[in-house]
Design a protein around this ligand. Structure first.
Ligand SMILES: [Cu+2]
Length: 129
């Protein structure tokens, strides 16, 4: 009996991380133009996110993302999707936990000009806020 419980416990330990990683990543496309970021998703579930940046503008653009604390301050490390030239598609994979994230283009003046967006990371059936 005790051995069976131990075996079951070990089986859980062995399968839990694999099961979490086996889930396909969420995907999102952000289209950049002067001066806006248009996102295909307003919310994604926690975990891996494959994000693509399509630059349909005339300048280079990139994306940075940082979690926003309740008081509005940025918290944690900044995720990045590298600078992408006009007409090109950039890609990155981020691992995000629950919360609200600010997205913006880091090129000088672009954020202030309007190249910013908000992404919510939450379980699919969580209530809207
Ligand atoms: Cu930009």
């Amino acid at each position: 009996m005790r051995r069976a419980a131990l075996a079951a416990g070990l089986a859980l330990l062995a399968t839990a991380p694999a099961a979490a990683d086996a889930r396909p990543p969420a995907r999102m496309l952000v289209t950049a133009d002067e001066w806006m970021l248009i996102s295909s998703r307003q919310a994604v579930r926690p975990g891996r996110l494959e994000i693509q940046l399509y630059n349909r503008g005339e300048d280079a653009h990139d994306i940075a993302a940082r979690r926003v604390a309740r008081d509005g301050a940025g918290t944690g490390r900044t995720r990045r999707l590298p600078e992408t030239r006009p007409g090109e598609l950039g890609e990155a994979t981020w691992r995000l936990r629950r919360g609200r994230y600010a997205l913006w283009c880091t090129l000088p003046g672009h954020r202030a000009a309007g190249m910013r967006a908000t992404l919510r990371v939450r379980q699919p059936n969580a209530g809207r806020s």
